[in-house]
Ligand binder design. Structure first.
Ligand code: FAD
Length: 345
């Protein structure tokens, strides 16, 4: 079924709760709808949207916002190890289903907001797992050639929160379904973000007795303490990407941090090949932005990587104003330009 709504209010469709409109909102619920759609009649540009949880609408959108509301979850008949989810399946519903079947793969990605279609665009990641680790296939409508294509994840150039869908293929494909590969073999990944520590109060810590459900529940517990619940407070999750810098640059940052915090101070970091990833949240906190506000926009107290719509009435200008203050201050102090993870529309 194709539903078209002109002058559509997007405020309930983006987790930042920006009060903006698009010229036309189109919802399709089957692949055939994409073939039947009169593409030439749509206000341009066409923007494909999932759950709106990684977007910052900065103004009214002059074109068409298209949403794929295909919500089927289909395990392959042979042993359930391949599962095809419609692009509109809520990603966490898929995680919950996998855990309920005692299948391994997405448990560390539990509670990430958004839909399955976007998981393949964003290469969502958390607690040592990324979507690319479980992606087996992607089906999409090619808006340029107006035909369906099957895309091999190996061709998607997945990296940290990125893929070809965000670069060369930007604006070309409407993902209709995503196939994930799950495993019956236990594969607990516990060494990120305090998962092992949180599990240590669990009576079943013996690794062999862990289940995807136990890990899922643990991760949900950790996330609920740190991240704002999109139902209660508007945000788009991590606002900035964590920068990766040279070792020489990192040494300069260590020097500044020791001057600020004392000689024994250790800067949190991760080694990535020859380079160093520095948590943007750490820099934001060091610059005194934790809890800082700009009108209704606020750097989230519990996790400074997140900017929230604290009052529910923040304007796009207040959010981007706070964003710019953070970027400018960090550039001046550390010589690093932060880049937003959140897509600005
Ligand atoms: C509280 C909170 C916590 C978060 N935590 C995490 C986290 O831990 N890890 C993480 O990686 N992300 C996290 N995010 C970000 C967000 O959840 C992910 O980026 C998610 O994948 C976005 O999904 P969505 O369906 O909302 O996509 P949208 O935000 O609607 O769109 C994201 C991008 O995908 C494209 N897209 C969406 N659907 C389709 C489709 N069917 N076909 C083609 N293109 C499509 C859009 O055009 C856009 O470019 C968090 C967000 C919030 C609000």
């Amino acid at each position: 079924m194709i539903t078209r709504t002109p002058s559509y209010d997007l405020s309930s469709r983006n987790t930042f709760r920006m009060k903006v409109k698009c010229a036309l909102y189109v919802e399709v619920t089957a692949e055939a709808d994409l073939q039947a759609l009169d593409w030439d009649s749509l206000p341009q540009p066409v923007f494909v949207m999932g759950g709106g949880s990684n977007l910052l609408f900065t103004k009214d959108f002059p074109g068409t916002v298209l949403h794929v509301g295909i919500t089927s979850l289909c395990p392959a008949p042979t042993g359930h190890l391949l599962v095809t989810c419609g692009a509109g399946v809520v990603f966490d519903d898929f995680c919950a289903w996998a855990a309920s079947q005692n299948l391994w793969g997405p448990e560390n990605l539990s509670l990430i907001p958004g839909e399955c279609g976007a998981s393949a665009v964003q290469n969502i990641g958390a607690y040592g797992v990324e979507a690319k680790d479980i992606l087996a296939g992607i089906r999409a409508w090619d808006m340029k050639e107006r035909r369906f294509v099957d895309i091999d994840p190996a061709d998607c150039e997945y990296g940290y929160r990125t893929s070809r869908f965000k670069t060369q293929w930007k604006g070309r494909y409407v993902i209709t379904s995503v196939t994930y590969r799950l495993s019956k073999e236990p594969k607990p990944i516990l060494d990120y973000g305090g998962v092992r520590k949180a599990l240590s109060c669990h009576s079943e810590l013996v690794e062999e007795s862990l289940t995807p459900q136990i890990i899922r529940d643990t991760i949900i517990g950790i996330r609920r303490k740190k991240l704002p619940d999109p139902e209660e407070i508007g945000s788009a999750g991590s606002f900035f990407c964590n920068p990766v810098i040279s070792r020489e640059h990192f040494e300069k940052i260590v020097k500044t941090a020791k001057e600020d915090n004392g000689a024994d101070y250790e800067v949190p970091h991760y080694v990535v090949g020859n380079q160093i990833k520095v948590p943007a949240a750490w820099m934001i906190e060091q610059c005194g932005f934790k809890g800082a506000t700009n009108g209704g926009a606020q750097v989230y107290q519990n996790q400074p990587l997140v900017i929230v719509n604290a009052t529910g009435n923040a304007t796009p200008e207040e959010i981007t104003g706070l964003e710019q203050k953070v970027i400018d201050t960090i550039a001046a102090k550390y010589g690093i330009t932060l880049h937003p993870e959140v897509e600005h529309i």
